[in-house]
Design a protein around this ligand. Structure first.
Ligand code: SF4
Ligand code: FES
Length: 390
């Protein structure tokens, strides 16, 4: 007869929850909700063996169990510590935890640049959120920071190692989702870095999922880099028939253009379980299906109101009345200029989502116009030079 699984009671920040034996403190806290769940930068429930690297999930165990109610002397990593019956845990209610978490964030930010304004991960970066909650304005670090040259690993992914926090999630995707692991952590200590062996390109069908699991902007989508900001896009759930993956994705649209395709995420930022399985998506769906016609749209993706992505995405919106028309008794206002007509950036025949790489001035200006501009500049320089002659 199979042994019956025991149910344990654990109290986290004063809220008691019942969970099966073998559940970690982190997952018990997630069962209660976001308010008490510790942050997790390296743990990822869909990746076997993840966790235990970053220490952002530290908690205080105020009582070990009903049988042995002594507190644990040190803070413990909640993603790696299993609950005991009668355990009492403190997360946000513990000053020691908050102090330790501030320290962990300070460590993570020693080498991680605060380049959020130009980072594609901004708006959906867990380190950015953590630094808002636990970061300080200055740094005590006086030594040279480690920096790396950006590296294209394969046709679709760019590695910006300077931003990597060595959480190992991408390696686990490579190990567990693809049949060829061509990536690893080289060297030790502060010289550690993710690298592909002899710059071998990661070109297997599920490599794009590394972008989704990366908690920071170290691995970015080369087909989307610098093309838009995540809060300007509108996420919608969509699906297609795919022979490699479940084909259930989130499209990130602006107007009718599909700027990027990602897997669907759960409230913890992890890939959703669909039909009882983690819904990882293949590279064809992610990188090669950038037309709305490739997809069956299901509807808007539910967005956490806490996230900046929810900005301007109103539900049940009420369109305000047009004040100008009202005061002008229905007449259209006289415009000094119509930005849609005068700006070449708004040229409708250029799909920013489809051009290779980010847009530059040459994307919008015809080649011969650039020549005219360069010629005019040269003429100006030669006239100025001429004026300087004695
Ligand atoms: S590249 Fe991203 S996912 Fe990989 S170890 Fe670094 S931070 Fe983690
Ligand atoms: S999430 Fe627990 S140590 Fe990183």
């Amino acid at each position: 007869m199979p042994e019956q699984q025991q149910i344990y009671k654990v109290t986290i920040d004063g809220i008691t929850v019942e969970v099966p034996q073998g559940t970690t403190v982190l997952n018990a806290a997630r069962k209660i909700g976001k308010e008490v769940a510790p942050p997790a930068m390296c743990y990822y429930s869909k990746l076997e063996g993840s966790g235990g690297k970053c220490r952002t999930c530290l908690v205080e165990v105020a009582a070990g169990s009903t049988k042995d109610p002594r507190p644990m002397p040190k803070l413990v990593a909640s993603c790696r510590t299993e609950v005991m019956d009668g355990m009492v845990v403190k997360n946000v209610t513990s000053e020691r935890v908050i102090d330790a978490r501030n320290g962990v964030v300070e460590y993570l930010l020693i080498n991680h640049p605060l380049d959020c304004p130009i980072c594609d991960q901004a708006g959906e970066c867990y380190l950015q959120d953590l630094s808002y909650d636990h970061g300080v304005a200055g740094t005590r670090y006086e030594f040279k920071r480690r920096t790396f040259v950006r590296e294209d690993i394969g046709p679709y992914i760019q590695l910006h190692m300077t931003r990597c926090i060595l959480c190992y999630r991408c390696l686990m995707v490579a190990d567990q989702l693809t049949n060829t692991r061509s990536q690893g952590i080289l060297l030790r200590g502060d010289a550690s870095e993710i690298s592909t062996y002899i710059s071998k390109a990661i070109d297997n069908d599920f490599s794009g999922n590394m972008i989704d699991v990366c908690p920071v902007g170290a691995l970015t989508d080369r087909t989307y880099r610098f093309k838009n900001r995540v809060w300007f896009l509108k996420p919608v759930d969509a699906h297609r028939d795919c022979d490699k993956c479940c084909g259930k994705v989130t499209l990130w649209n602006r107007g009718n253009e599909v700027f990027r395709v990602t897997s669907r995420k759960d409230p913890w930022g992890e890939v959703q379980d669909i039909d009882g399985k983690a819904a990882w998506i293949c590279n064809t769906c992610r990188f090669e299906k950038k037309n709305t016609s490739d997809w069956v749209i299901e509807g808007p993706t539910a967005i956490d109101r806490h996230s900046v992505i929810s900005t301007n995405h109103y539900v049940e919106k009420v369109v305000p009345s047009d004040t100008l028309k009202r005061v002008l008794s229905g007449r259209e206002p006289m415009l000094l200029m119509d930005i849609n007509k005068v700006s070449q950036v708004n040229t409708s025949d250029i799909d920013l989502s489809l051009i290779p790489g980010p847009a530059t001035s040459t994307t919008f200006i015809e080649r011969n116009e650039i020549k005219d501009i360069e010629q005019a500049a040269e003429e100006r320089i030669s006239i100025n030079d001429h004026k300087k002659l004695p």
